[in-house]
Design a protein around this ligand. Structure first.
Ligand code: BES
Ligand code: ZN
Length: 426
């Protein structure tokens, strides 16, 4: 089966392709880009050669996929698939089982007609898809304070561009970090070893893989146990996987998203070097399979919710090293917490002096959407305006060389994330 691949987002929108669907204003809060989820399903079905063997003992993993999609989107798509009765629906969202053989035509039609794909969430099970019919839990208002000037300054002094560059270089040296491929698995193991070193001599720090049922790449979690209120948790992270063209094609993913993982690592490194012990627990997470429909973060966030974990804030770092616009940092305003975004703006104004603005993705464009969906306050500080973002993402040309081997832009995000960690985990 032909594997379809879309390169979408910023370029396509900037090119005016959105006009192809004039008058259509989707409201996909919590949605996931359909094209890559579709691609994931197609690829699961195609089971292309050169990939790691499937997990033993599991019957045909990835052969069946259930999606939740906005009903307005399904109607707008006007595909046979969505004319059939959904398995379940509410006022806004419908659940379909998507047959991989139909997905190709659907994806192809959407690519030509719609370009800016509407969002949907892809799930391994019907049960998981049905969860999307429930209204997201209300987020209790919380007070944000900014009063840790000394500790923030100490930490910021330790945040360095060189170590961000070094991690981007290492991660982007894998042929790809595809969530179903051997090098995708290797890159996760490499990160587990790197993060494992921070746990040496620190009994409060532990590193563990988060294994996923339907694909071999593991998410990676480094936990810094809180000294005073360990049950309260702050999550900082970004996606580890990369993708370009057909699944196993070269995909260095230097900006998307070695940069976000490298920034996450830099916050850990600086906090450990400074001997910092947070009052609340901080979990640093590198998510598997974001490019396949937020599947890694979807499973992690759902597991946290199921276990009743009190996540007080989630900071998603996805694409932070390409300065495409006038301002330094843009906060994505949809599928995020307005209060937490305002807090991040205040951190910049207080400690960093960078310029910042606000943008919209228009759909659940990255892992923050998984946390928002599960009722946790999440934010995505982004590298540029949406329509001026890095034109090389999802291509073999998303390399560190594109930024001259530098991580000047990413450094700003590392400093922001470090301030966020200190001020929220106090
Ligand atoms: N890093 C991108 C998201 C992104 C790209 C945000 C450009 C803003 C501007 C992410 O890895 C990605 O590609 N997401 C997919 C959707 C996902 C749910 C499969 C996308 O946007 O196509
Ligand atoms: Zn990304």
């Amino acid at each position: 089966m032909r594997v379809l691949k879309y390169t979408m987002v910023c370029l396509i929108l900037a090119g005016g392709a959105a006009r192809a669907f004039a008058g259509y204003t989707p409201d996909f809060d919590g949605g996931v880009d359909v094209k890559l989820a579709i691609q994931a399903a197609i690829e699961s079905a195609a089971s292309a050669g050169g990939l790691v063997p499937e997990v033993p003992g599991r019957a045909e993993p990835g052969q069946r996929v259930w999606v939740s999609i906005e009903r307005s989107a399904a109607a707008a798509l006007d595909r046979e698939l969505f004319k059939s009765l959904p398995l379940a629906q509410n006022q806004r969202i419908a659940i379909y089982e998507v047959d991989p053989s139909e997905l190709g035509a659907l994806a192809d039609g959407m690519h030509r007609a719609l370009r800016k794909a509407p969002g949907f969430f892809a799930h391994d099970t019907l049960e998981a898809a049905l969860e999307d019919l429930k209204a997201p839990p209300a987020q209790p208002a919380r007070a944000y304070t900014v009063d840790q000037a000394q500790r923030v300054a100490q930490t910021l002094a330790l945040v360095k561009e060189e170590s961000i560059v070094s991690v981007i270089a290492s991660l982007s040296s894998y042929k790809n970090r595809y969530y179903r491929g051997a090098t995708g698995v290797d890159s996760s193991k490499w990160l587990q070893r790197l993060w494992g070193k921070y746990a040496e001599g620190r009994p409060d720090i532990s590193v563990a893989p988060f294994k996923h049922a339907s694909f071999p790449q593991e998410s990676v979690i480094l936990t810094m146990q809180g000294a005073a209120e360990p049950e309260k948790v702050i999550v900082i992270g970004g996606h580890l996987d990369s993708i370009a063209g057909g699944g196993d094609s070269p995909a260095p993913g230097a900006d998307d998203n070695a940069s976000g993982v490298a920034v996450t690592n830099e916050v850990i490194r600086a906090l450990v070097e400074g001997g910092y012990r947070p009052a609340k627990t901080i979990k640093f997470i590198a998510f598997a399979a974001e490019e396949a429909g937020l599947r890694g973060s979807g499973e992690v966030a759902a597991a946290f919710k199921k276990a009743g974990v009190a996540v007080e804030g989630m900071l998603n770092l996805d694409m932070v090293n390409y300065k495409g616009s006038a301002k330094d940092i843009y906060f994505v305003s949809d599928n995020t917490s307005a209060d937490q975004n305002a807090f991040l703006g205040k951190l910049i104004d207080t400690y960093l002096g960078y310029s910042w603005g606000s943008i919209k993705c228009g759909y659940g464009c990255s892992d923050h959407a998984s946390w928002t969906k599960n009722g946790y306050p999440a934010s995505l500080p982004f590298e540029s305006m949406f329509n001026q973002c890095n034109p090389f993402i999802h291509k073999a040309t998303d390399t560190l060389a594109q930024t001259g081997g530098r991580a000047e832009h990413a450094l700003k995000f590392a400093r922001l994330a470090a301030a966020y960690a200190v001020e929220l985990a106090k």
